[in-house]
Design a protein around this ligand. Sequence first.
Ligand code: ADP
Length: 304
Amino acid sequence: MDEKSVKNTSEKNKQLNNNVQVYDQVNCQKDLATHRTLCAYQKSMTTDTMLAADSKVARSSFGPQVKDKVVIEVKDLVKTYYGQAGETRVLKGINFTVHEGEFVSIMGPSGSGKSTLMHILGVLDTPTSGLYRLDGIDIKDYSEDELAAVRGRKIGFVFQAFNLLAQKTVLENVMLPGIYGKIPMRQRQDKARELVGLVRLDNRCDHLACQLSGGQQQRVAIARSLMMDPAIVLADEPTGNLPTDQTDEVLSFFTKLNREHGKTIVIITHEPAVASYSDRTIVLRDGVITKDGPANKDIHYDTN
Ligand code: ADP
């Protein structure tokens, strides 16, 4: 390339970057199609530059703290159950990635395959075929025991039914993953106190879990999920057992974790109002992804 074309290319790339920055600021919630139209004007752009720009906009559209690092990579994922009634193909070739700092909801009607996908993402089950890489680790390279360790270190779980030890205190519940993770006693106590503070339950540290409201119990579960500094927090219908006012409160804590602490969050839900707290929604229907894009923020819980 001669000096003039180098200069032209660099000018065009500069222009593209400016366009992307303007796009980021103004249109961060619009979908990628608009951006592709914008890019089409940059006729001499290389494919790499275009893909890099797309990826940058895709990430910035999906939350303010989204980083380059990929924490979930799912490629051609298939899950088939084999039973007496024959084969049931539940996941039929799923593809997506989640970057560090994203807040993603996975939605779909009952029977669409959400729980099956959640079990695979949570390393509680393995796919029949396809790739699942969690925080850079290809799970098929690991034995059952190793997978249990990966699960404990890399994933913080929040379940619909809270799954707390009812007769243990708030602090003891939050410390529990630290015991399995062999964090020294003093360190896990300090960390548990910090996490209990994060979900604003400092004044309930010594209460038994069974003495708390549903919303408070789920906040304890959120604190517990963070004990091992996981790569992702995976929440399965986290507000399914809560009244509406407590639902809003609990979901606000997920937002806080994501916005203020840069945590990567994946929520499985069948409720559009829950998904509206996330930045990106992946819709699953009959085992395939039918939509993957910015979350609809216009649906809200009626808290009156
Ligand atoms: P969702 O969580 O979206 O309701 P699931 O992942 O639980 O969906 O289930 C998706 C489909 O897979 C359903 O039709 C269900 O009957 C079927 N399924 C789930 N688990 C099994 C299993 N262990 N054996 C056979 N079929 C199953």
